[in-house]
Design a protein around this ligand. Structure first.
Ligand code: HGY
Ligand code: MN
Ligand code: MN
Ligand code: MN
Length: 411
């Protein structure tokens, strides 16, 4: 019998059932999920995960930033093979972004239990705090603290877009842990939906992720002067709304001019007093710039800074810039990337290599351990959208690749 047939296979129905069960926590009335980091629904999601880990007999640890680790013992006690992702979502999230990687990790461990397989090294499933960065910036905050890239006290003091303080929220939901999660990591794998159109467009089963593009998040606070919309001539206006709109328009033009892989997004924009007949006093907006090439990403940041300075002067408004997140492009471990590609082939699955457009916890763990990612197709290429969907067969394919590479590193 070929070696492939001896390898156990995950139980796709069990995985899908768990994804749907977690998806009912924070479910939105019209479909999709909202489990913003450290909110009440995400707490319920955490409780669901910890209960599942305990039911599986895992050793559960919650660290000081609320990262959750569930470890299945091996013949040795360290280093661990880690399978991770996140269970927080954006406000208009789907069932799969993050949850797939965590629950597929649990499915891998359940499959090993069913097959009576004991591994040489322990396997840890991790759910990192505040991966999305939607409520608290930066994104990937929990994994960044875990690898020592962000000071714990600074992270605990982070203020949410709704004014809450991260450390107080951890206390409030009962996830201000005190233990330390595993840092002696032999290999880290993250299964994730692609969240883009490539795999579906090319009818490819598995994305072999070579790395993650660079990310630059900036918040702009524009201060003008409110005035009557009817009586105030243009020459007397200091219109924060007009300045914000001009900056957003120039971001779009800049991204098109740079072309290639450059992307730029004005995702948040609030005006005040936000009234039909009042020239805006204030505008607060965010600009998300990304590129796999660090030099070009810096070029786009310089172009944004030039637009902001020029438009601020022309519109006679002040603009305060605040960096919310800045991560350089990351290349994953070539040996593990090859293992993902080999595992897909061994399972008879088509694959192609690609870079991730989205940020992931894997890019942080890559700072302290070999890391790689596995993508599965997103229907319609959409994510961060309540219509996010990945077919059960694709979920199963991804989890079987995860099982295979996890076993290769754990034995
Ligand atoms: O923004 C991102 O790429 C991630 O979803 N936090
Ligand atoms: Mn994600
Ligand atoms: Mn996301
Ligand atoms: Mn992400």
């Amino acid at each position: 019998m070929s070696e492939t047939l001896q390898q156990p296979r995950i139980d796709t129905a069990r995985l899908v059932a768990r994804i749907e069960a977690l998806g009912r926590i924070g479910a939105l009335p019209g479909g999709g999920v909202c489990r913003l980091a450290l909110g009440d629904d995400e707490k319920r999601g955490r409780d669901f995960l910890v209960a599942a880990m305990r039911d599986a007999g895992l050793e559960v640890v919650v660290d000081a930033i609320g990262n959750i680790f569930g470890t299945r013992v091996g013949r040795r006690t360290a280093p661990v093979v880690m399978l991770g992702s996140h269970i927080d979502t954006v406000a208009t999230g789907g069932l799969y972004d993050g949850a797939l990687g965590v629950l597929a990790g649990l499915e891998v461990l359940a499959t090993l239990d069913d097959a009576g397989i004991e591994t040489e090294y322990p396997i840890t499933v991790a759910a990192f705090t505040n991966e999305e960065g939607a409520r608290f910036a930066p994104d990937m905050l929990g994994s960044l603290v875990h690898v020592g890239g962000l000071d714990l006290d600074e992270a605990l003091a982070t203020r949410a877009i709704d004014g809450a303080i991260l450390g107080q929220e951890l206390q409030r939901i009962g996830y201000a842990g005190g233990d330390a999660g595993p840092r002696d990591i032999r290999a880290y794998f993250e299964l994730h939906i692609e969240q883009g159109p490539i795999l579906e467009d090319e009818a490819i089963d598995i994305g072999v992720v070579e790395g993650v593009q660079g990310i630059s998040w900036t918040e702009l606070t524009i201060e003008g002067r409110s005035a009557h919309a009817g009586t105030t001539p243009l020459r007397l206006r200091r219109d924060a709304g007009l300045a914000a709109a001009r900056i957003a328009t120039e971001v779009g033009a800049m991204v098109r001019a740079i072309g290639g892989d450059q992307v730029g997004t004005v995702g948040a924009l609030t005006l005040s007093p936000n009234l039909v007949n009042v020239v805006a006093q204030k505008a607060v907006m965010t600009v998300d710039l990304r590129n796999p090439d660090e030099a070009i990403l810096q070029q786009s940041e310089a172009a944004l800074a030039e637009s902001v300075a020029r438009i601020g002067a022309e519109e006679q408004v002040t603009v305060e810039r605040r960096a919310l997140a800045r991560f350089e492009p990351v290349a994953f471990d070539p040996i593990l990337v090859d293992q993902v590609e080999d595992a897909a082939a061994a399972l008879g699955l088509s694959s192609r290599r690609l870079y991730s457009g989205a940020g992931h916890d894997a890019q942080m763990i890559a700072r302290i351990a070999p890391a790689a990612m596995i993508f599965v197709p997103s229907v319609g290429g959409i994510s961060h959208n309540i219509q996010e969907f990945t077919r059960p067969d694709d979920l199963g394919n991804g989890a079987n690749v995860l099982l295979r590479v996890a076993l290769a590193s754990a034995d």
